[in-house]
Write a new protein. Sequence first.
Length: 276
Amino acid sequence: MMTTSIRLLSDGTLKRDGGTMFGQIPKMTWENRIVTDRRNRMTLSMNCLLIQVAGKNIVVDAGVGSKEMDGLRENYGLGPSRLVKSLKNVGVSPNQVVYVLLSHLHFEHCGGCTKLDRAGSLIPTFPKATHFVQRQAWETALNPNERFQSSFFKDDFMPLEEWDQLQILDGEEEILPGLSVLVTNGPSMGHQIVVVNHGGEKVAFMGDLVPTAHHLDLPSIPALDQFPEETLERKRALLDKAERDGWLLVFAHGVDRKAGYLESYKGATYLRPIDL
């Protein structure tokens, strides 16, 4: 696949409790590396990708979007949604997007798929796009248990089915030559990462499997993960492969380091960050 460009876009930032983001890791271990507000919330970006190939515009994840939901913006410190503006800044309008690949259906990854029209009705943000999601992710979002109910809002994704813009996947699949999704589970049932060939290398959008560069450390797994043991094993395998094969990793929630390569030096592995 001849990729013309890969751009890192943003839908803005949100804030989550630092303890929640690092799970069982004690605060004294991470507090000197992470700035938190008076409510112990750390700032996270809502990063998305724009992949342009063979005349097609493909968006990976869609941020939280512009819909106003009760308490959401206050609880998570949300600012204005920026994805549509970010796309327009690089010359792409929403109706020029043909595919949207969703890592999973947590609100901060798929909320931007829908919006309110002038009459207050829910409509797809990308009116000509097919949205790809794993069947297990879809079923989990439709019927979350009590622990995960606050992570899903049906207004974010049900209109996609109603407008016939939903493509359900059953496992790993090549969307286009050189553009694939790999199922990891872990953070959520049916969670997937996106891997694309670009200029002789692979670029991997890690979703919530490795949400920030601070989570490259294997034990750093958010308390929100549905299957933390699976997160651990998939992280271990994919990060080993990424280092060995020279993948460029993109972090869905990275703020200061949004993308980079894993490299070894004197027996230790570190991230060489780059701008994308």
